[in-house]
Design a protein around this ligand. Structure first.
Ligand SMILES: [Zn+2]
Length: 368
């Protein structure tokens, strides 16, 4: 039976916690990492009704997109929905885990799910993440370079967009002199040694640097491994906010509206003036997306599909783009099924493990 930590590891491989926004509170919110669970329930939100459903199904962990706890809690007295939900989960021994803006900010996450639903192709991140990349450089004796490089790849080094095992190598000569107490892999004590070495460099996500350095040391024969970690200013090609994709064939406005309503189960779309010509390029963002409007216009999108737009935010696009607000829960609803599918992979290691999709409607907004 998997422990909660196994499930967390699987979720964090999908969406590294380092990619969550500062205001967010993703991660394990209730429960002990080493508790064993054989059933998980996935839901967009956690409410008392969802905890009841989990209890009835014998579920040990609820995985939700939105965190139930956002602000620090000083007491738990059941005075509001958040406190009552947390207390119900504690009483039932059910863990709560949230995978929120970190899942918004990976290219294969919420925005990719929305692109798939609409039939958009070639998705790119709308506002790529900054400050997430580093370069690792090391110098290995040439005969060991392949092993060191491969070990670093295996730990996650050298991934760029849809490519992995990316690196650059250059042959050269290293020098060193072993001092008292050292036990050098090659060369004599107290004498300068020259060794044919390979300089290996590769890009790394900053949250993976520690793991990659450990793998580098494990495969490297030297007692002291010379290496540089350089923080990069480059944007991340597959992490960041929002997405933009294109239709293979342009779609007229009426057709687009029908597609959106059916794909997202959206009863209503609030929008600005429809575009004058058929729609080719669509920018989108699950959840509250108005902060990306200028990025959507810069990307040359015909429509920006998102939710939670305020009245004044609909102004000022001056015919350059059509804003389409489809509702928050409608935009993100499909992510629960995607998470169910991803977590089902855990069955390979734990045959009795089950993942359920919540049947509770948590969207508090009704349209009459
Ligand atoms: Zn959301």
């Amino acid at each position: 039976m998997p422990q909660i930590q196994h499930i967390i590891d699987a979720l964090e491989r999908l969406a590294p916690p380092a990619l969550q926004e500062d205001y967010d509170n993703s991660g394990l919110l209730v429960g002990e990492p080493h508790a064993e669970v054989d059933k998980v329930l996935v839901s967009l939100d956690v409410t008392e009704e969802v905890v009841e459903e989990a209890k009835a199904c014998g579920v040990g962990l609820i995985v939700s997109h939105h965190p139930i706890v956002f602000r620090p809690m000083k007491r738990l007295t059941g005075r509001d929905q958040v406190e009552r939900t947390v207390m119900a989960a504690l009483r039932a021994g059910i863990g709560l885990y949230a995978i929120h803006t970190n899942l918004d900010n990976v290219a294969h996450g919420v925005n990719a799910m929305m692109c798939r639903k609409l039939g958009l192709e070639g998705m790119k991140v709308l506002r790529p993440a900054q400050g997430t990349l580093a370069k690792i450089v090391t110098f290995a004796p040439s005969a060991h370079a392949d092993a060191v490089r491969q070990s670093m790849f295996n730990a996650g080094g050298g991934r760029i967009g849809r490519y992995d095992e990316c690196s650059f190598s250059h042959e050269g000569q290293g020098t060193f002199r072993a001092g008292e107490g050292a036990s050098p892999f090659v060369g004599r004590m107290g004498e300068q040694h020259r060794e044919e070495e390979t300089r290996i460099e590769m890009v790394a996500e900053r949250w993976n640097v520690g793991r990659i350095l450990a793998a580098m040391r494990a495969a490297h024969p030297y007692e002291e491994v010379a290496h540089d970690v350089v923080l990069l200013d480059n944007a991340h090609p597959t992490a960041g906010s929002g997405g933009v994709g294109t239709f293979a064939e342009p779609v007229g406005w009426e057709d687009f509206v029908a597609r959106v309503k059916s794909a997202f189960g959206a009863p209503v779309i609030r929008h600005t003036n429809p575009p004058k010509s058929p729609i080719r390029k669509v920018a989108l963002c699950g959840g509250t997306g108005s902060f990306l409007l200028s990025d959507a216009m810069r990307a040359g999108a015909d429509v920006f599909l998102s939710s939670d737009f305020k009245y004044h935010e609909f102004f000022g696009t001056e015919g350059r783009i059509t804003i389409a607000d489809i509702g928050h829960a409608e935009a993100e609803g499909g992510i629960s099924q995607w998470l169910v599918d991803q977590l089902a992979n855990l069955k390979d290691g734990f045959p009795n493990f089950a993942v359920l999709l919540s049947e509770v409607r948590t969207n508090p907004i009704h349209v009459s």
